[in-house]
Design a binder for this molecule. Structure first.
Ligand SMILES: C[S@@+](CC[C@H](N)C(=O)[O-])C[C@H]1O[C@@H](n2cnc3c(N)ncnc32)[C@H](O)[C@@H]1O
Length: 402
């Protein structure tokens, strides 16, 4: 059985959040695992905590055999994907696991779900997949909010004059010079017109892309969303090798290309992942309250994605205080932001050692075309955080929910 922890769900979520950020939003984790691997340097003595999203990055960390892996998400549907992948690692061979989670022949899941996957799932995940197995059977990357957004992109590109055959050629290019030349000739003149500008400024389309309402305000407020999206996509298409960019391949072609997949899908990692399953805990709940429930100084590596873009400044600071309290001496944390700059609050910054050069170097090779900035910090040795104030349900409701 997969070890699953259900934290109480504090307070009522806003209408928008209940409408958009429920069910599967992220059908794939949009953080480049190569950046995470080199930034966090996970080792066999490490207890690692990662936001789940679609579970890709927690499983990529599991390939490095940490002592313990905690995958936490406030949206239980995201953790249902994590559980299904964990059940697949335990109950299937690599070929079938790849067929389903690389969406090579996803329909095979209908044959194996009842006997080999369902029995391992928690009651919540079982109920979810009993209702929604069709999504996995038809290919996860076409579903969830981001799947809808990606299908819309694939519908629009040919109508903007960017034909599938051209796109296929683009993903086989082997040099940045070729990419630059190709982008200027076939992509830029057709892509950046008034319709795409309107789409990038459209909150609903960006919500479908997984941009949280607060994140939209943060990015659009500071950088104009259209200019930001154009700059990020142009960067990824011309300054980062496209050949193994599976983020963009899945979005604009609907599929992975051969073995150009996240590490957890590779055959060479399958046995390691399977042997490490006992080290995983899946947590349905928000990061702050979960960390406050953990022993002080018990976690070594923190992968926090862009959750701070979803938060008020008070929650940003409160959550980082919970991180500092749970952090072992010399612990490392990484996070991203849609904004080009989102430093930790001053009160927290003084307790952190920045790895600015490493973050800059890794960010320059980011294949995801999603973020404006990337942060790598170590917790200063000797920092002893105060014990968190006792949290009541009301506190949890007001302080710790995005
Ligand atoms: C921040 S979002 C962004 C995901 C990212 N852009 C991606 O594409 O993978 C990732 C996940 O974080 C979860 N999340 C956001 N804030 C959280 C928090 N404070 N605690 C736990 N999960 C959180 C959301 O439910 C979502 O599944």
């Amino acid at each position: 059985m997969i070890s699953v922890v259900d934290l109480p769900h504090p307070g009522k979520r806003g209408l928008l959040e209940r409408l958009v950020f429920r069910g599967i939003v992220f059908n794939m984790s949009w953080e480049d695992p190569e950046m995470d691997r080199r930034a966090l340097r996970v080792g066999p003595d490490d207890a690692v905590i990662s936001i789940s999203s679609a579970g890709c990055n927690p499983l990529n960390f599991l390939c490095q055999s940490p002592r313990r892996l905690i995958s936490v998400d406030g949206n239980p549907a995201q953790n249902a994907i994590v559980e299904l992948k964990l059940a697949g690692l335990r109950g299937l061979d690599h070929a079938t696991f790849f067929d389903i989670f690389a969406a090579r022949k996803p329909a095979v899941i209908a044959k194996v779900y009842r006997m080999r996957l369902r029995p391992q799932l928690s009651p919540g995940a079982r109920a979810f997949w009993d209702r929604n197995l069709w999504m996995a059977s038809r290919g996860l990357y076409d579903f969830g909010k981001m799947g809808m957004a990606a299908r819309l992109v694939r519908f629009l590109l040919p109508r903007l004059g960017i034909q599938p055959a051209r796109i296929e050629q683009f993903f086989e290019l082997q040099s940045l010079e070729e990419q630059q030349e190709y982008y200027e000739r076939y992509v830029a003149p057709r892509l950046w017109g008034p319709f795409v500008k309107w789409l990038c400024k459209s909150r609903w389309f960006m919500y479908l892309c997984g941009v949280h309402p607060r994140q939209f305000d943060l990015v659009d407020g500071r950088h104009d969303m259209y200019k930001y999206v154009k700059e990020r996509i142009e960067y990824a298409l011309t300054k980062v090798p496209i050949y193994d960019n599976y983020f963009l391949s899945v979005t604009v072609t609907g599929r992975f290309r051969g073995n150009r997949v996240p590490p957890y899908l590779l055959e060479e990692n399958f046995e390691t992942l399977r042997n490490n399953l006992g080290r995983v805990t899946v947590v349905n709940g928000w990061l702050g309250p979960y960390l406050d429930s953990q022993p002080r100084g018990s976690i070594n590596k923190f992968n926090l994605l862009d959750i701070f873009d979803w938060m008020t400044p008070e929650l940003f600071e409160a959550t980082l205080r919970s991180v500092l309290r749970a952090a072992a001496p010399g612990a490392r944390l990484i996070y991203r932001s849609g904004s080009y700059r989102l430093d930790p609050p001053p009160a927290i910054l003084s307790q952190l050692e920045p790895h600015t050069e490493l973050a800059r170097e890794l960010f320059a090779a980011d294949r995801s075309a999603t973020y404006g900035s990337f942060y790598v910090y170590s917790v200063k040795n000797g920092y002893v955080p105060p014990d968190p104030a006792p949290t009541t349900a009301r506190d949890l409701a007001t302080v710790h929910r995005p």
